[in-house]
Design a binder for this molecule. Sequence first.
Ligand SMILES: Nc1ncnc2c1ncn2[C@@H]1O[C@H](COP(=O)(O)OP(=O)(O)OP(=O)(O)O)[C@@H](O)[C@H]1O
Ligand SMILES: [Mg+2]
Length: 497
Amino acid sequence: MDTLLHLTGVSKRYPGVTALDNVDFTLRSGEVHALLGVNGAGKSTLVKIICGAEPPDSGTMKFKNETIQVNDTADAMRHGIVVVYQERTLIPHFTVAENILLGMEPTNGQLIRRRELNQQAEQLLKRLGVDLDLNTEILDLGAGQQQLVDIVRALRTEPRVMVLDEPTAALSQGETKHLFELLKQFKSQGIGIIFVSHRLDEVFEISDSLTILRDGRVVSSGPISEYTPARVTQEIVGRNVAKLETDYKTASGPVLLETQELASEAFTGVNLKIAGGEVVGLAGVVGAGRTELLETLVGFRRALGGKIMLEGKQVQIKSPAHAIRHGIVLVPDKRIEKGLLNRMNVLENLTVSSLKRYSNGLGWLQQKKLSDVAVKTVDQLRIASPSLTTPVQSLSGGNKQKVVFGKWLAWSEDVKDLIFMFDEPTEGVDVGARADMWVIIRNLAAQGAAVLVTSSDLDELMEISDRLYVMRRGRIVSEGARQNYTHDSMLQLMMGV
Ligand SMILES: Nc1ncnc2c1ncn2[C@@H]1O[C@H](COP(=O)(O)OP(=O)(O)OP(=O)(O)O)[C@@H](O)[C@H]1O
Ligand SMILES: [Mg+2]
């Protein structure tokens, strides 16, 4: 296979961090090359340099043996290099068609030719076999569909190098399968693909070769046939991964949360019980109503019928603040949008939910205690940040996810009888941190909290839950102890086949 891209000696420093340190990287024509590493290892930085979004401090890049300079993304595009970034770049109030052709709209002088715009976008969707309505505004689409729009946009030109930074983090299993079909088609056309992902099963399914970064350095690189998942995990993390004790004791605590015939626009007839000491998993495909259910339980959405009971007493939960007073919190999905205080630093983000606990009633905060709490969380979750006062804005994607996860860990000294809900807790976090988070979630239950977790990652649910509920099209269709299910039986229940 011919070499398409060849990088030598690429380095990049940010204040307080060496994001890339003398990196060599080769991409061949017709291959999928996985780029792996823990959160903060430097993957997105390398992606940005290849695509001209960030300049390297040093190093060279060759395209087919010719040294090239990419000063911006337009330059990169001229060389046939396109990218789908980790964080969405779509304009919410624009339609699908407008977003796909943004900056390349057919015009007659000043005005956009709307008919042509729609035709071009439609042709593109057809060629790629992607089913999306051209006139829908982006903000009316689910996360998976938004991701597809971003991918289609990258393909509006004829790329020779395609870079996908965690493209599957927001995709359902069906959407991922479709994406992989597309990638195979591109491979056969000789396109080189760089694929960044934390999901090792996908990496082994689609990749031909891989490169592993640790602390900005290449620690391993070669054809995928030379690796096993265990070896890859070991080389990514560079230490032994936390081991989860899966022989859980069955919960003995009182029922803390119960719903009776709970209904909203997205679900109906939901009867759910969670006791202190247990982790309950909620499975379902995207759109089954899982997120809406959790958001209703914390008062972020209105219930239209049914009851919510806390320790046997019926309550009306009017708002998330009200839920917190009742001892229920939700660590949301799409956390970077929903949970991160973007303009604040790591310390402030990690301690907002425990300010009450550390104020003396006169409004004075015990600063030392707050920073102790933050230091502990940073250690526990291995958050890669130069300091506590670093703005969260500049953290890597996965480290932002960890910060929002960590925000609630210091909420209360005694978690007994509190209710924790996690929506996609390990989305975008690396294999090592994923195991750490599982241990933390199990520990909450071990200390007497009730935990409800929902995840698109079935293995995760099977791994951490004592008991499972399966939701399909807004209804609970099955409930039982984890041992009563297999991966396949769960999938069948989720899909309704
Ligand atoms: N604009 C920036 N300003 C300051 N530091 C940055 C900036 N962008 C990245 N960094 C730092 O560079 C390092 C590498 O970040 P990068 O985003 O490349 O990680 P990553 O491997 O993509 O991680 P993830 O899996 O979490 O997406 C991190 O320590 C990050 O905090
Ligand atoms: Mg990244």
